[in-house]
Design a protein. Structure first.
Length: 572
């Protein structure tokens, strides 16, 4: 091989080497460029995403930290912000037989000894029951609510099987007060019975639960209502009681009580038996409290114009049935006297003169033919008849043959005294613009006349024990025998009710107080009728709640009844 050939070969190899290096370098640069472009693309997406969340209304509403700081369930308050139900982190005591890794021998000490040591911390537990549970190897809650100091004492026992998980605890600061309004939360975290059930989704909403829900209840009025109902119930040995305070212009429920009550902080067998709501779920024949409603319907229909006209009040025999009064009221009575003396026969004749179609239509306009309007899930259906023969028209006029809840009665009385407009009851606090328009049932002039008549009943009639000085209370008693027995009604079992409103010169609130099967005692002068047991409850309650609700006593004001007073015997 000559020198030229060797030189050419060397030169060619160098060129190939340079080309190879250049190609490798280009490839490396291209890869770096691709990596840089990918990083730039990812960074751009991240920046865009961050910017989007910064300006978009779809941005994440809370971080995990914020979520942890939010209450696990929303708070309920009364209309003034008083807490009624709130959730907070708490300890529970859980038995885990697998904690030691040997389910056949989960405890260091004997079950009996561990149960005894737990008894020293929680005196109300049953040692035998707990020892049996520990011995069975069955996991489960020993206690749902444990204070921090008690949790430390449990740990000192030294048993790994006794675990103390952190859980959310629902607490009712007012105890049993307002229990039938609030309801409770079960072990699965679901609301039951009351507004806890109604608002379950709202209270668990992660966006909304940080804002308390204000109910219409005023806990000051609620406490006074429960206290007076309880006093009245115990004084006459009644089996139960029910009461409601209703704003006549808005339909807001200021207080609602059903006794005996239950404690939502601790649901036991006794409490479970008292969850039935007598105000919204139980229907009763509420007797003579219907008489003013009948008179209002007759005034509206034009069949009652002359209040001095006298009506025959002798017994009425119709269809083999006799309508009579509890005692002799003479031969005849006028309209004010019929209400003051609570005459069945006089009211029946007013209804008969008016006709059944008008009375039935009025009852329907007052919602007495359907479940009561309120948010609570427990709402009783009235005993209602679509057919309305003459005898039914007469008996229904004085509250027999129709059964409704006390809430029905409260809403009907509100319409009768507020100018004639019926509105649904509500447990939500309403702003002025949220008050429903309602529907007109009575003329404003009829409502004005009924305010006079109701005031007269408390001044001169069966409602005198409800008259609270300076508060211008008006109302009507009702004492009805409960259905049952061979004759259709139990002669010895009464439902005693007083339906009231105050102040009658400008009604603000309706009050219903009802006692289930009151007995004649010394407190009621051995009487079982509403004039002696339900009316005094209202008479004691009004002075307690009036000033709290903006109604102060004033002896210089009253309803003008000067045109009706001459019709009352013994009055000028």
């Amino acid at each position: 091989m000559n020198a030229l050939t060797v030189s050419t070969a060397i030169s060619s190899g160098r060129v190939q080497l340079v080309s190879l290096r250049k190609s490798s370098l280009d490839t490396a640069r291209l890869r770096v460029l691709w990596v840089a472009m990918i990083f730039a693309f990812v960074a751009a997406i991240a920046v865009i995403r961050i910017g989007y969340f910064g300006v978009s209304d779809r941005a994440v509403t809370s971080t995990s930290l914020e979520e942890a700081l939010l209450p696990p369930r929303g708070e309920l308050t009364d209309r003034n912000g008083v807490p009624l139900a709130r959730a907070f982190p708490a300890y529970a005591l859980w038995y885990n037989p697998d904690a030691m890794g040997d389910a056949s021998n989960p405890l260091v000490k004997s079950p009996q000894r561990v149960a005894s040591e737990l008894k020293a911390i929680f005196p109300d537990i049953d040692v035998a029951d707990i020892a049996e549970m520990l011995a069975s190897g069955r996991s489960g809650y020993i206690r749902r609510r444990v204070l921090p100091e008690d949790a430390n004492r449990v740990q000192d026992i030294g048993e790994l099987a006794l675990e103390l998980p952190r859980e959310s605890d629902r607490h009712y600061p007012q105890g049993s007060m307002g229990a039938h309004i609030l309801g409770f939360v079960d072990s699965a975290g679901k609301g039951k019975v009351g507004m806890e059930q109604v608002l379950d989704d709202r209270l668990n909403d992660p966006v909304l639960r940080n804002t308390p829900v204000a109910l219409s209840i005023d806990m000051r009025a609620q406490g006074a209502l429960e206290d007076e109902l309880r006093r009245g119930m115990l004084a006459v040995n009644a089996k139960g009681a029910a009461g409601i305070i209703l704003d006549v212009d808005t339909g807001e429920v200021l207080a609602l009580a059903s006794l005996p009550e239950f404690d939502p902080n601790r649901i036991d067998s006794e409490g479970a038996g008292n969850m039935f709501n007598r105000v919204t779920n139980q229907v009763y024949e509420l007797g003579s409290t219907f008489k003013p409603l009948t008179v209002a319907a007759a005034i509206d229909a034009g069949s009652v114009r002359d209040f001095g006209k006298r009506y025959d009040v002798s017994p009425i025999k119709i269809g083999g049935f006799t309508i009579k009064d509890s005692h002799d009221l003479g031969a005849s009575l006028n309209v004010p006297e019929i209400l003051i003396h609570s005459s069945n026969t006089g009211t029946a004749r007013i209804a008969d003169q008016m006709g059944g179609e008008k009375l039935q239509r009025t009852w329907m306009d007052l919602g007495l033919n359907e479940r009561p309007h309120i948010e609570l899930p427990a709402r009783g259906f009235p005993i209602w008849h679509d057919d309305w023969p003459r005898i039914r028209n007469m008996t229904v006029s004085y509250g027999h043959g129709i059964a409704v809840t006390p809430l029905h009665l409260a809403s009907a009385y509100a319409a009768m005294v507020n100018g004639g407009v019926w509105r649904p009851a509500t447990l939500h606090k309403l702003e002025a613009h949220e008050v429903p328009k309602g529907r007109r049932v009575f003329k404003a002039s009829t409502s004005s006349r009924m305010r006079q008549l109701l005031r007269m009943i408390t001044l001169y009639g069966t409602g005198r024990n409800a008259d609270a000085k300076g508060f211008r209370v008006g109302g009507k008693t009702g004492s009805a025998e409960k259905p049952g027995g061979s004759a259709g009604y139990k002669k010895t079992s009464l439902v005693s009710t007083f339906a009231a409103a105050f102040p009658m010169d400008r009604p603000r609130y309706v009050i219903i107080a009802m006692l289930d099967e009151p007995q004649g005692t010394t407190a009621s002068s051995f009487q079982r009728t509403a004039a002696w047991n339900a009316a005094p409850i209202v008479g004691n309650l009004v002075p307690r709640i009036g000033p709290l609700l903006g109604v102060r006593p004033d002896d210089t004001r009253d309803v003008d009844i000067s045109d009706l007073r001459p019709m009352v015997p013994g009055e000028d």
